[in-house]
Write a new protein. Sequence first.
Length: 288
Amino acid sequence: MSVASVGEEPEAGVLYLVPTPLGHLGDLSPRARHVLTTVDTVLAEDTRVSRKLLSHIDAHPELVSCHDHNEAARAAALCDWLAAGRRVALVSDAGTPLVSDPGYRVVCAVLDAGHRVCALPGPVAATTALAASGLPPDRFLFAGFLPKKPKARREALAALAPSPETLLFYVSCHELKRVLDDMEAVLGDRRVSASRDLSKRGERHWRGPVGTVRAALDTLDRVTGEWTVVVAGAAPVDAAPAGLRDETRRLIARLHAAGLGARAVRDIVAEHEGVSKKLVYQAVLELG
């Protein structure tokens, strides 16, 4: 079955996951617009927010709430709607549904019932902030929202501390300063990029060591907006030192003075010290 393209009618009995703009309405794709203007029903995280978008594009589907508190009940009703041939879209307030937003239980229920789910590509705050961060984008770990309680938050950061991947977080304006304080305490003064209100009129980016960014926020009258924080991954740890430690060289000298051959010294020291045989052997030869 082919995926519907712009201009094709959404198929009956299919759930469409439709990304919505992070802020700039021009980021709504033509395909997303077409789906929202032709489906029978739209499940929305907040109907008040989605009604404004639907009005902007002159779309008039049935609008039904679907949030954390009623998602299980909506999932059961949705499966009945799809079985009856209804065309349904799921949206969150901004960005791609399910990415730190409601919808996962709905999708699982729909798939378990044997119905099709079609996810449209579109805006995601995490990858948008990553692209603008100036931090390595080749490998990243999306961690979403951290726990609100300080102890649990620090424990979550400690678990992520060894990861070499660039770390991505969503942070509320009310928690931002406390989260940055904990990041500095647990992760050290790593480079970060804190982005506010992506694609909106108030979009801003603060980049630099986490302590510097944290201090810069104190200059603001108040911290507002939606934030995405990108954090550098853990620095790589050398697998072995570039040369031999002084203690290792003294051990080599003692074994050599005791009359052991170069290869015997090499094998003993390399195994005992966990260092390169090549380096040990070279050190023995330098002793003559």
